[in-house]
Design a protein. Structure first.
Length: 688
């Protein structure tokens, strides 16, 4: 079996995705997954099936396909223009219609204004409805197209016969639904942005050592075995092994480690990590698609393609509702004719059935709740990407939390344990000469200064020197033990002078003030909490104990994070992942719901379903609560729209509702849906 990814064109709803998937899986031996959100298909092919076979199968279904070539824009470039034109023309149509026009001139003016909206503005709905009909199916677009056309055609007939016109119904339905479609399209290509942002994080070029000379080359020309220079402040060009020099390297964005690590000859360094202090010469061991960063990008892309297509509630119900309405409309006309009624009476009753079933409220049910809910979220610093996110939020039972930058501040904090009165002055002075990030943090925490007479930095070990005539050494517990001191492994830095240990310094990432309350609230929502971090086990367990999470998984690589999330899913859990770094991006996409802290890496934000503008842990709780409330409102709206229409259809069939009354009743249904959605504006944040 081989695998191929296809870019798809022409999909407008989840029913389209299901239809394409069915066509592809009908090919012998093919296993295909179609993702409506990214407009892609991941196809596993047996040896006798080609990519062209798959493309032809998609085209026979009425859609377009091509082999995936990287980032691709699937948005309809005309959608915004259609929305603007529809909105501009809808206003005078509604105003003139409310004035109850009686003259032919007024009515034909309204018809002229409404025609571009119905024909050109609503074209995406008409086209999708036609494609569905060609293949024997119905979708939400079928309802929209039928409702708009029925109201428009009846109004044209009404002008000629002296009846009531309903052009405002047609333009209102079109405008609101175009607004909803445009809001959804804004999020369509976020998946590709995640991979693009990842790859942009890498170095663009490398300083290669060739024949003793420094040569600048594009990163694409770097080969395994090449030796290259990494100056302080530069990104590491590719995965490599240090062959000369020593430094501290910041891996925070890649691995999640909050404190830079010491590297020397023989140590591996990761491409895109930032060299902090020393000059390094490294030998490339992995380049291109084999690097850690490229593998994370590939994992993100695979996880995106593998997500199950989201089935929108309206599409599921409309697959039954639309055919029933069509049949009832035809039966209504036939029934009236059979009992001796005129063609006008029969047509009036049949159109009344179509109009009362017109999906104005149904079409508004999701967009209005989404617009109000996401607008409220934006005010609170919660950015929700679309309706499919809300549907997933409802089923979440496990929340996986990154540590660094999510539950913690993401910056080094210093805690001193010493009873020596001179400790602050001696150690602060010594560390003030250090270029190491930990040394700089200690120097900031101990601002008192003496006279530094001598200084030496020992890479990977610590520093020593003479301060005010005292020989002071400060470094790792292992180094102090080598120097003959009895030390505890609990400290990050041990300090000694005059032949004895005089104090200990713990260097750690500080827990955010609201992290513990956020975890408590999550557990109060019935959610299991898991801490998943690339940091060391001891600090991870300390943070877990402080905030009260249920489970700790530490010392994991970015791809391990993805594997752990997948393992939780395979055990039956529905997982939300919260993170802020590149190391979290693949796991954010793999999770059923990805939540990114807004102060984190752009790639993490691009890979997420929900972004918290403020890095506030209580925002995680607010995001889940708001998502659930918004989804609940959508369900209420859909129930009202279907129930209301279903109850009114028999009245229309019986001739008790004229098209005018049906239009008014449908408008009332729409108003109810809008008002119900507006209730979301009263949602209260617990984050303050």
């Amino acid at each position: 079996m081989s695998a191929v990814d296809l870019d798809l064109e022409g999909m407008t709803c989840a029913s389209c995705a299901a239809r394409i998937e069915k066509k592809l899986n009908a090919l012998p031996g093919v296993e295909a997954t179609v993702n409506f959100a990214t407009h892609t298909a991941h196809v596993e092919l047996p040896g006798d099936i080609t990519v062209q076979d798959c493309v032809q199968a998609v085209e026979k279904a009425g859609y377009g396909a091509a082999e995936h070539q990287g980032e691709h824009d699937h948005n309809d470039p005309t959608l915004l223009r259609r929305l603007i034109v529809a909105a501009v023309l809808a206003v005078p149509v509604i105003v003139l219609s409310m004035a109850m026009p009686e003259s032919m001139t007024q009515m034909w003016l309204i018809a002229a204004l409404a025609t571009p909206v119905v024909v050109w503005g609503a074209w995406p709905f008409h086209r999708a409805a036609f494609l569905a009909a060609r293949h024997g199916g119905t979708t939400m677009d079928t309802l929209v197209s039928l409702g708009v056309i029925a109201a428009y055609v009846w109004s044209l007939v009404a002008i000629l016969t002296g009846g009531h016109i309903y052009f405002e119904v047609a333009v209102t339905v079109t405008t609101f639904l175009l607004a909803g479609r445009y809001a959804e399209s804004r999020a369509k290509d976020r998946a590709g942005q995640a991979v693009t942002a990842l790859l942009k994080m890498g170095a663009k070029d490398a300083t290669v050592i060739r024949d003793g000379q420094e040569v600048q080359v594009p990163i694409g020309e770097l080969a395994v075995g090449d030796e290259f220079l990494v100056r302080p402040g530069e990104k590491v060009a590719t995965d490599a092994v240090v062959v000369s020099g020593a430094s501290a390297v910041d891996n925070a964005l890649i691995t999640g480690e909050s404190v830079p690590i010491e590297v020397g000859v023989g140590d591996e360094i990761i491409g895109a990590a930032v060299n902090q202090t020393g000059r390094l010469i490294a030998r490339a061991v992995r380049v291109g698609a084999d690097t850690e960063l490229a593998q994370i990008a590939a994992a993100v892309e695979r996880a995106q393609t593998g997500k199950a297509p989201v089935q929108r509630l309206a599409d599921r119900v409309s697959s039954v509702f639309v055919p029933v309405v069509l049949i009832l409309s035809v039966l209504t006309a036939a029934g009236w004719l059979l009992v001796g009624a005129s063609w006008t009476q029969a047509f009036t009753a049949a159109v009344a059935v179509l109009i009362i079933a017109c999906p104005c409220a149904l079409g508004l049910a999701t967009p209005t709740a989404i617009l109000v809910g996401t607008g409220k979220g934006a005010q609170m610093g919660i950015l929700i990407s679309g309706p499919e996110v809300l549907e997933r939020t409802r089923t979440i039972d496990t929340v996986v939390l990154d540590k660094t930058g999510t539950l913690t501040q993401g910056r080094i904090e210093v805690e001193v344990d010493s009873s020596e009165p001179d400790f602050g002055r001696l150690v602060g002075t010594l560390e003030s000469a250090s270029e190491h990030p930990v040394g700089r943090a200690i120097a900031r925490a101990l601002p008192e200064r003496g006279e530094l007479e001598d200084f030496e930095a020992v890479p990977g070990r610590g520093v020593r020197g003479r301060v005010d005539g005292v020989e002071v050494v400060a470094g790792t517990p292992a180094w102090l033990a080598e120097l003959g001191h009895e030390v505890s492994e609990e400290a990050s830095v041990v300090v000694a002078w005059n032949g004895r240990v005089t104090g200990r310094i713990r260097v750690a990432d500080t827990v955010r003030p609201t992290s513990a309350e956020a975890v408590r609230q999550l557990r109060g929502l019935g959610l299991r909490t898991v801490l998943l971090t690339g940091d060391a086990r001891v600090p991870a367990q300390q943070v877990a104990a402080e905030v009260g999470v249920d489970e700790v998984i530490a010392e994991v690589t970015p791809l391990d994070k993805l594997a752990h999330v997948r393992r939780l899913q395979e055990s039956g859990a529905t997982v939300a992942m919260v993170g802020d770094g590149v190391n979290d991006s693949a796991a954010l996409v793999q999770a059923d719901l990805g939540i990114a802290m807004g102060a984190g890496a752009d790639v993490a934000i691009a890979a997420s379903d929900i972004t918290l503008v403020r890095s506030e842990p209580l925002g995680i709780v607010d995001a889940i609560r708001l998502s659930r409330r918004t989804l609940g409102t959508i369900k209420q709206n859909l129930f009202w729209a279907f129930a209301y229409n279903s109850a009114a259809i028999p009245l229309a069939m019986a001739g008790l509702l004229t098209p005018m009354v049906a239009g008014g009743a449908m408008a009332f249904s729409s108003v109810f849906v809008v008002l119900n959605s507006l209730r979301l504006r009263g949602f209260k944040s617990i984050a303050g």
